[in-house]
Write a protein of this length. Structure first.
Lengths: 109, 116
């Protein structure tokens, strides 16, 4: 079957750095997405990786290793507004998005 | 970026009634639209995929006669929850994408349905 694993919850301090990991086992691979979702709202796109390596976009970076079935989202200079759930999703061979359960990130002052 | 709207943003209805949710791509043509539902503290669950002008493809376990999907144009898809029951109460989110190799899904803001 297809499976996406990410931690259920993480806590970090304002101004610090946090890394959210995602491992996947899917039938085919056509890219990995990270989304941010605040409570009661729809997800918003953060990043897309299809090749191995690090993609940096401001305070957020995303890394992919296809051989290991592994990705992480790195958030720097954490702000209180970064408190949200972070969803990892993989696009499979049928171009369907397979979603992880999300990681709830709690930022403390 | 591309904008997807949903209407209504929230709705409360009585058990046994039907509710229609609209999903519109405002500044692009969406060849494919997806409908998801999300229960509290859970991830998105894909309900169905619809391509413009053809019948929707439903995921296993989703009743196509209960969740009617229409994708009549490149900018509009509708989800109708027929004979709604309290267990249908959920957060329904649509997303839309264009054709192409890198075709990010753009999400609507979601519709919160409460069935009394």
């Amino acid at each position: 079957g297809q499976n996406i694993d990410q931690p259920t919850e993480m806590t970090a301090t304002e101004g610090a750095i946090v890394q959210i990991n995602c491992t996947y086992q899917t039938s085919g691979f056509n890219g990995l997405f990270w989304y941010q979702q605040h409570a009661g709202e729809a997800p918003t796109f953060l990043s897309y990786n299809v090749l191995d390596g690090l993609e940096e976009k401001g305070r957020f970076s995303s890394f992919l290793s296809r051989s290991k079935g592994y990705s992480y989202l790195l958030l720097k200079e954490l702000q209180m507004k970064d408190s949200a759930s972070y969803l990892c999703a993989v696009r499979d061979s049928n171009y369907q998005l397979i979603w992880g359960a999300g990681t709830k990130l709690i930022i403390k002052p | 970026g591309a904008v997807v709207s949903q209407h209504p943003s929230w709705v409360i209805c009585k058990s046994g009634t039907s509710v229609k949710i609209e999903c519109r791509s405002l500044d692009f043509q969406a060849t494919t639209m997806f409908w998801y539902r999300q229960f509290p503290k859970q991830s998105l669950m894909l309900m169905a995929t619809s391509n413009e002008g053809s019948k929707a493809t439903y995921e296993q376990g989703v009743e196509k006669d209960k969740f009617l999907i229409n994708h009549a144009s490149l900018t509009l898809s509708t989800l109708t929850v027929t004979s709604a029951h309290p267990e249908d109460s959920s957060f329904y989110i649509c997303s839309a994408k264009t054709s192409g190799d890198y075709n990010e899904q753009f999400f609507g803001p979601g519709t919160r349905l409460t069935v009394l």
